[in-house]
Design a protein around this ligand. Structure first.
Ligand SMILES: Nc1nc2c(ncn2[C@@H]2O[C@H](COP(=O)(O)OP(=O)(O)OP(=O)(O)O)[C@@H](O)[C@H]2O)c(=O)[nH]1
Ligand SMILES: [Mg+2]
Length: 457
């Protein structure tokens, strides 16, 4: 008779399944940078084989280069040596883009009786401090500590409901982590920034988990502060969970050039209005960095929709001698930024709306109003779109349905009120009107309260 164990479930397999290998580095990267789990190599039940010298980039997020290291398990001195050489080589790089900007040291959130730091982790902390590379300690799988506290509470009183125990378990877990770090004598955790995260689906709701990831983006951004200011917009573009950082940096970048003195800005001279709008749009999109495989946000269709919002504010068209016949409009539409090409070609009739868009940029109040409305509408629509994608699993590609629905909701909801607010913010005798528009955008995004530095830091 053959010996079979299959009718009795394996205890070892059950235990292994309950303690998945890996601290959750790849899962974290997938969530924050919106890269599919397959691409980041999330491993279930076996160790990931990471080579720190390999650059991970993703078509869904081209602004980001990740170097993933294997864990520093006890005794794996070889691995630490590889990581150390890599860090030192990166420090010698001259160009900002080739340097190492920050290290996330991912540690499993300590539980009762578990280890906090391996020797390799301590080496890394010391080396990074010596070389002045910002390190953020990320305590992963925080849900496991929460569950430990929850189970202890439940064991004390089995009658109590989840809703009652949950906030107490949260407080206990947070206190336990702080206490553990405070008591730890081999390393002073108050000398580094840290944050706790959980990407496990069973912990909190989507919003609760996102709050933790957003906090990590704030902590990271604060650390980058100490290195070089040029990193901020790159960071804002690369991270894919914190909408306010994106809003803030697209405004900051806008004010360096294209959002300034919109009715008088000489950089726009000799360009058609649609080109000016396309430049504004593309710069804003660079910061949002959507995963837009079908290029929906630079499509004619989306461009036309955005034009619909501003058409009542378009300045009177000027007809120039070199640019008046229908065929000119159509060919220019195809050749430059074909936002209105569709409308022009399909309508076979040049509306004043199309003419204004294809006219050269004209200095003056009406051009300024039109561009202010455009910037406000576009930013707020992209903000809604971003929030709508956040509930999806990485790589969160945007779809035509999502774009249509977002635009439709804005059109039927906020658009006319916001247009009035934009005009109101400018007033009759405008003083710094562009700043007022930026404030209005921030006000809308925070749901009607003052924007504070915690919103983007
Ligand atoms: N409970 C829980 N499990 C998680 C969490 N994050 C990741 N995991 C699980 O932990 C296992 C390992 O996750 P990975 O993201 O591959 O971890 P890693 O650090 O990249 O692992 P290596 O590449 O092997 O070093 C997978 O089964 C994940 O589903 C978390 O926040 N909570
Ligand atoms: Mg991994």
């Amino acid at each position: 008779m053959s010996l079979s164990s299959s009718i009795l479930p394996s205890q070892v397999e059950e235990t292994l399944a309950a303690c998945p290998h890996g601290v959750g580095k790849s899962s974290l990267v997938s969530s924050i940078f919106n890269i599919s789990k397959e691409q980041t190599g999330v491993q279930h039940g076996r160790a990931g084989v990471a080579d720190i010298n390999r650059e991970y980039t993703s078509p869904s997020n081209p602004r980001f280069i990740l170097h993933d290291s294997q864990g520093f398990e006890a005794g794996s001195a070889v691995n630490w040596g590889t990581v150390q050489s890599f860090i030192k080589a990166k420090c010698e790089e001259k160009e900002l883009k080739n340097r190492l900007h920050a290290i996330w040291l991912c540690l499993e959130t300590p539980r009762t009786g578990s280890r906090l730091l391996e020797t390799g982790d301590q080496n890394l902390l010391r080396t990074a401090q010596e070389l002045q590379i910002p390190v953020i300690v990320v305590f992963t799988k925080y849900d496991v500590l929460f569950n430990e506290k929850y189970n202890e509470l439940q064991a004390e009183d089995e009658e109590k409901e989840y809703e009652e125990l949950e906030p107490i378990a949260e407080t206990k877990a947070a206190a336990a982590l702080k206490e553990r770090l405070r008591e730890f004598t081999d390393f002073d955790f108050s000398s580094v920034s840290w944050a706790q995260v959980s990407t496990g689906k069973d912990y909190k709701d989507v919003k609760g988990r996102l709050d933790m990831l957003q906090e990590l983006t704030r902590v990271t951004r604060k650390c980058l502060h100490n290195v070089e200011a040029d990193l901020w917009p790159s960071w804002a573009a690369a991270q894919q969970v914190n909408a306010r950082q994106k809003i803030y940096f697209s405004i900051q970048e806008g004010f360096k050039k294209y959002w300034r003195d919109l009715g008088e800005n000489t950089v726009y001279e000799k360009h058609r209005l649609i080109e000016c709008m396309a430049r504004i749009r593309d710069d804003i999109l660079l910061v949002w960095n959507f995963n837009d495989p079908d290029k929906l946000l630079v499509s004619q269709e989306f461009g036309s929709k955005m034009f619909e919002f501003v058409k009542e504010f378009l300045p009177e068209p000027v007809t120039t001698s070199d640019f008046s016949a229908t065929s000119d409009y159509v060919s220019v539409a195809a050749a430059i930024v074909p936002v209105l090409g569709q409308i022009v070609a399909a309508g076979s009739m040049i509306t004043s709306f199309a003419k204004a868009a294809y006219s050269g940029y004209q200095r003056g109040h009406s051009t300024a109003v039109c561009l202010r409305v455009y910037i406000t509408d576009l930013t707020l629509i992209l903000h809604h779109l971003f929030l709508a994608t956040l509930v999806c699993e990485p790589p969160r590609p945007i779809t035509p349905e999502l774009v249509d629905e977002t635009v439709r909701l804005y059109q039927n909801g906020d658009a006319s009120r916001i247009h009035k607010d934009v005009l109101g913010a400018i007033g009759r005798v405008p003083s710094n009107p562009e700043r007022k528009i930026a404030d209005l955008i921030k006000f809308e995004v925070t749901g009607g309260r003052e924007w504070d530095s915690e919103d983007h830091l």
